[in-house]
Write a protein that binds this ligand. Structure first.
Ligand SMILES: [Fe+2]
Length: 393
């Protein structure tokens, strides 16, 4: 019988930094304040107001008191560490894509590539600045919301043995946390209750019709001083997420930065133990005509007192249903109409599926990522800038 995930050696996070870092002031959504039913409406209205400020400006916020037990998240991190520390030859039998992003072509939509496929993305998959390649490994789980399908991937035995535990976490994020966010999005957008959820709802065992996405354990090994000099400290190139919403377990390593809406500067995201860092992805930005911001973000080397440690987090990249047209007509929000957040003339009418196919495979290709500056090269997909960043004007 398989051992429980909690019996793997724990992943030991680095201690919080003592360096004087000006962490960004992010919105905090306390989900313990969320209340159902007619009597809960004032509480939901208050949360929606806080959420609106976060999503229309920074596009990033914390969720605290989400209700999923911390010891289970710790177990999943321990399991993730065990998966990512499997011998190299085992990992190479379960690759999500090719060994290099440039070898994953756009031509075959069934081959999702290292970014979105099921399995391992090896180190050096992505091109970075000045010939440097990344030093990050990740493992992607697909179809976790589809019980009849989730085992039908080329996974090592340890992954199959613990798939139920992993799926439980991601199902909670989708059916409890995201569901509540969707109710708040509806309030913000002045649309009927259930409107946003309909675009993200799950059609079980039918991923071609279903909302959802994929889970990822992402491990940063850190970069050599020599490489870091060439990338100016960047461990993961600036990008916006191709998802609708992304959820990341909050980590003490001071490494995650985003381009702040208010002043255009790179800002460090702080640490909320037990919390989630949540960001709006491209799909939700498109659906709201850019009222919600899918903000460019990156990962950089931490301060001196956090060096020599690995960074590990669990991510949920959640997408709208593949057939959803990702422009404001799909939500039909009177508020967006009133405020003028309509589809810009340059945006072609495309679906979630179309965006996901091209966006996922564009990241880390030399043509997009291989320049020297601070940002990736401008790259357009269906009239939309692939990596997105907004600043108050
Ligand atoms: Fe990201």
């Amino acid at each position: 019988m398989a051992i429980l995930a909690s019996q793997f050696p724990p992943f030991v996070h680095v201690q919080p930094t003592k360096a004087d870092i000006p962490f960004v002031d992010l919105g905090v959504i306390d989900l313990s304040k969320y209340a159902e039913g007619p009597e809960g409406l004032p509480a939901r209205l208050a949360l929606a107001e806080e959420l609106e400020e976060a999503v229309r400006t920074q596009g990033f916020f914390f969720i605290i008191n989400h209700g999923y037990p911390q010891e289970k998240i710790d177990s999943l991190l321990a399991l993730s560490q065990a998966i990512l520390d499997l011998p190299q030859e085992v990992k190479e039998q379960h690759l999500a894509g090719s060994l290099r992003s440039d070898d994953d072509s756009f031509a075959d939509p069934k081959k999702l590539g290292g970014e979105r496929g099921a399995g391992f993305k090896p180190r050096k998959y992505w091109a970075m600045q000045r010939g440097v390649r990344d030093n990050i490994e990740h493992f992607n789980w697909r179809d976790l919301l589809h019980p009849a399908l989730m085992h039908q991937h080329n996974y090592p035995p340890i992954v199959h043995e613990h798939l139920e535990e992993v799926a439980e976490y991601y199902r909670y994020l989708h059916f409890v946390v995201l569901r509540k966010l969707c109710v708040l999005f509806d309030i913000i957008l002045e649309v009927d209750d259930g409107t946003t959820w309909k675009l993200l709802d799950v059609v079980e065992n039918d991923p071609a019709q279903s909302g959802g996405g994929f889970g990822r354990a992402m491990l940063y090994h850190g970069m050599s001083a020599e490489d870091e000099e060439k990338t100016q400290g960047t461990w993961l190139r600036g990008h916006s997420d191709g998802s609708a919403v992304t959820f990341l377990t909050s980590q003490p390593m001071a490494s995650l930065q985003f381009r702040d809406y208010h002043d255009g500067q790179w800002k460090f995201v702080g640490y909320k133990p037990g919390g989630l860092v949540v960001n709006v992805g491209d799909l939700l930005e498109f659906l709201t005509g850019s009222y919600f911001k899918s903000t460019i973000h990156r990962v950089v080397g931490p301060p001196a007192d956090q060096r020599g440690h690995r960074r590990l987090g669990l991510i949920y990249f959640c997408d709208t249903k593949p057939g959803v047209y990702v422009d404001p007509e799909s939500l039909n929000s009177p508020k967006l109409e009133r405020l003028g957040y309509v589809r810009p003339p340059g945006w072609e009418k495309i679906t979630t599926r179309q965006w996901a196919e091209f966006k996922g495979k564009s990241f880390g290709k030399a043509v997009v990522n291989g320049n020297e500056g601070d940002e990736p090269k401008p790259f357009y997909i269906a009239g939309r800038l692939a990596e997105r960043w907004h600043q108050k004007v």
